[in-house]
Each structure stands twice: as structure tokens, then as C-alpha cells.
Write a protein that binds this ligand. Structure first.
Ligand code: ZN
Ligand code: ZN
Length: 292
């Protein structure tokens, strides 16, 4: 639970393009943009190309840049970060995950909705950290930003993975649609502001995702889960199949909600929705069968 863990919050985006593939800005410019917008870390993930961020990191104070790559295997895209050497896309997805892991990195399955992945593809791969529950560029360009249905289908099948909100920023400027930067991010609880602590917290799931709302606290006490958040129109406790519950704001916005578990939920994850189209997603709380 990131809310009870010691440490401080850092904000970041793990999926970004630059002029090294089809992005508009250079690595320095995009890092500058995110730093100027209050981000604490960024992973640069160009298509099938590793961007060296070592020289770039030294040009910023207190900003973590993770070397990364988006490995495209047909329409299946894997966002990989904290790697040392470029990953080639001619191996199978499973071989790529294993190669990344050997290098000390991690893998997120990018935009399942946009990729029209099958459940089988997602179930057969092992060792990835999670999927993109929200992808800003897929949202603003083709309205396929949200992959929460995939997430729940996997969680219902006891494949316990994390959900990440990302930008996948390309910054293709168009007057006809909003930009795809600083729209989806993660808030990570870290013990220290360095790449090792950040990677450690990501692996432990000590983060939540957002496109707007802030989650202040999640407390699990006995059979209840209480969440406190910025003003919300609804708070969703999403669990296995028909379990879980949705709470709506009636006369005034919700600032908290409490769910009482029945014990057979398998998992419970929380969504906080504001009135402006923003959502925040916690990672799933996994219920051990003998928890209750
Ligand atoms: Zn992609
Ligand atoms: Zn991308």
C-alpha cells in the first residue's frame, strides 16, 4: 500500500517519444517540458530505439531520466525502461521480457485497446509489470485511451498486474485536438529520489495513476477499505465479476468513500472520478483467501 509506505511522492510519465522516432521534440526539449510542468521523472521510449539519457540527466537538477524504448512487435507494443542496451524487436514478446529483465529493466504492455490485443496474448506473456490503463495519445487521437476492461479481465483471472497512466507523448500539434503531454501520469512513493528507489517502488506497486484527481489516503482496516481523495463525482470499488460497488456524489462532491469487503472479491481496486473527465486508479488490493 503506497499510502502507508514511508517516503515521498514523485510524479512521472513512463512513455514518451522524441525526434529519435516520431516525436516532435528533442530528448532535451521533452525533458525540459516535463521538468517545467512539475514532473520528477520521465522515461524516454522511442520506437525500437534506445535513447541514451546519461548526458541529458546531468543537464537537469533533481530529475530522474530512465533510459527506455518502445519495442514494436507488429501491433503489440512493449514499453521497456531502465535498460542498458537496445532491445531488438525480432524476438518473441516473452524473449523480450526476459532480455529486459536480465538488463535490470521492466516491461509494460502499451495501449491494449489501441493494439486490439487478445486476452490470450496478455495471458500468455509472463513477467511484465502491468498494462497501460490510460494512454493519452491514443485517447486524443483515436478515442482508444482506456484499457481498464483488459485490466479487470486479467485480474479476474488472477493475473495480478499493475495499471499505468501514461502520455505516450508525440506532441503532433493539431488545432483540432488537445495535446498529448502531461495528461496521464503516475504518483510513486519512493524512499529516495534516485532511479534505484524509483524502480524498487514500481516493482512493489507503490504508486497510483491519474489524469486529474488526487488520492490522499487508502486505509484497510478489518473488512473495510476507506479512500480519501480530491472532490469526486463517483468512487468505484472494482472487484472480481459482479462484486464491488460504485458510490455517487449526491448533493455535494465526495471526499471519501468506504467499502465493506465480503471476503470473496479476489481483488479490489479503486477509481476516483472527478466531474471534468479525470480519473485516478489505485493498484489492486489482493485479498488472500484467509484474510477475512
Ligand atoms: Zn505504441
Ligand atoms: Zn508510444
Amino acid at each position: 500500500n503506497p499510502f502507508s509506505a514511508e517516503g515521498s511522492w514523485v510524479k512521472g510519465n513512463l512513455h514518451t517519444h522524441t525526434t529519435n522516432s516520431d516525436g516532435l521534440l528533442s530528448p532535451y526539449q521533452i525533458a525540459f517540458l516535463y521538468r517545467a510542468n512539475g514532473y520528477d521523472f520521465l522515461s524516454i521510449t522511442d520506437h525500437n530505439r534506445l535513447t541514451d539519457v546519461e548526458g541529458l540527466s546531468s543537464r537537469f537538477d533533481d530529475f530522474i531520466l530512465l533510459p527506455g524504448e518502445e519495442v514494436n512487435i507488429g501491433s503489440l507494443h512493449l514499453v521497456v525502461f531502465n535498460i542498458e542496451e537496445e532491445i531488438r524487436s525480432n524476438n518473441s514478446p516473452q524473449e523480450i521480457i526476459e532480455e529486459v529483465s536480465k538488463q535490470g529493466g521492466e516491461v509494460i504492455v502499451a495501449h491494449p485497446y489501441w493494439s486490439a490485443l487478445t486476452m490470450r496474448e496478455l495471458q500468455e506473456m509472463n513477467g511484465y509489470l502491468g498494462i497501460e490503463v490510460y494512454n493519452a495519445t491514443c485517447d486524443v487521437s483515436v478515442a482508444k485511451g482506456y484499457s481498464n476492461v483488459y485490466w479487470d479481465a486479467l485480474l479476474c483471472r488472477e493475473k495480478y498486474i499493475y495499471g499505468f497512466a501514461v502520455d505516450d507523448a508525440h506532441l503532433g500539434l493539431s488545432l483540432r485536438r488537445p495535446t498529448d503531454t502531461c495528461k496521464g501520469w503516475i504518483m510513486v512513493k519512493v524512499s529516495k529520489r534516485d532511479p534505484e528507489s524509483l524502480m524498487d517502488s514500481l516493482r512493489k506497486g507503490l504508486f497510483y495513476s491519474s489524469t486529474g484527481p488526487e488520492i490522499y489516503d487508502v486505509k484497510i482496516k478489518g473488512e473495510t477499505i476507506n479512500v480519501k481523495a480530491s472532490p469526486a463525482q463517483s468512487v468505484n470499488f472494482i472487484a472480481r465479476n459482479g462484486l464491488g460497488r460504485r458510490f455517487f456524489a449526491l448533493d455535494k462532491p465526495l471526499s471519501e468513500a468506504t467499502y465493506t469487503m465480503k471476503g470473496n472479491e479476489g481483488y479490489v481496486r479503486i477509481e476516483v472520478k472527478d466531474g471534468k473527465g479525470g480519473t485516478a486508479w489505485t493498484n489492486p488490493i489482493i485479498l488472500q483467501k484467509d484474510d477475512l
